[in-house]
Write a protein that binds this ligand. Sequence first.
Ligand code: PRP
Ligand code: URA
Length: 209
Amino acid sequence: MAKLQVLDHPLIQHKLSLIRDEKTGSKEFRELVEEVAMLMAYEVTRDFPLQDVDVKTPVAIAKSKMLAGRKVGLVPILRAGLGMVDGMLRLIPAAKVGHVGLYRDPETLLPVEYYCKLPSDIAERDLIVIDPMLATGGSASAAIEFLKARGAKNIKLMCLIAAPEGIAAVQKAHTDVDIFVAAVDECLNEHGYIIPGLGDAGDRLFGTK
Ligand code: PRP
Ligand code: URA
């Protein structure tokens, strides 16, 4: 079974509380989502391998470490996943970004694909699928399925808030995908919204209704 990690760093938890607050407007919401994504990227990349390097400082040679040339791909699920891309790129600027467009049918709650554009070499990349919300898990599972169908092998999933139902669904469908979240909430309501959650992530990010 892949691992589930709840990132409980105080800065992440503080900012997540502000994100949840219904009084937080779109501008601040966007800024906070970006900041939390950046902080989460720090933990999600913790297992990246290092290599030894010699660095010539102004006074001597330092036996140092650098990333061992790992190729990374970020895959936001449109549209709310877009809000997390820039924060992650600040820490992983060389990452390539692929996009998977999915929306949940409001009646069936099943994901409908409308866009997919990925780097050509995804099979060689460490992919991080990003979406603020993991509710039923249908969208994340479908996105991961698309990536695997196109050759991806090494995939992680990073979300701000997850429902237990969504975690269970992804873990069942994709036993090889580690999941990183900032919070696991109580449940889903009858419309598939996470309780207490933060409402509709896409609408809050982009000011739509
Ligand atoms: C939201 C969210 C996830 C999905 C989660 O997107 O950003 O992609 O719902 O729900 P699930 O786990 O039940 O699939 P939404 O479908 O509202 O589209 P949007 O990002 O375009 O608003
Ligand atoms: N999508 C959202 O944006 N919010 C939820 O609570 C569930 C799905």
